[in-house]
Write a protein that binds this ligand. Structure first.
Ligand code: ZN
Length: 101
């Protein structure tokens, strides 16, 4: 689990902020890589959110990764279907046009 590197946690000055950052990192530690960047990308767009630089210190994701997450969300995760992993395992073949008999 990533240890927050923001100034507040470093200075040990605000238990509420520290708790929040720990919870974020706890959640992130249970997500897979794309889920991590989408979560942080959503956080980055919250009204009054921390800057990407700060989110990067908090979460350990780099700013480029957060930016990429935002791009993917902006495109509605179009290229990243939720069932893609299952399909790659060789499920049902792609449906074809029905042929009239
Ligand atoms: Zn922090």
């Amino acid at each position: 689990m990533h240890q927050c590197e923001c100034d507040v946690c470093q200075a040990d000055s605000d238990p509420v902020v520290e708790h929040y950052h720990r919870q974020m990192n706890l959640l992130l530690s249970r997500l897979n890589e794309p889920q991590r960047r989408w979560y942080v990308a959503v956080m980055s767009q919250a009204p009054g959110s921390a800057s990407d630089h700060r989110l990067s210190l908090i979460t350990g994701l780099d700013e480029k990764t957060i930016w990429r997450g935002r791009q993917e969300l902006a495109a509605n995760l179009a290229d990243l279907a939720p069932d893609r992993q299952r399909r790659e395992g060789g499920g049902r073949p792609p449906s074809e046009k029905k042929i009239r008999r």
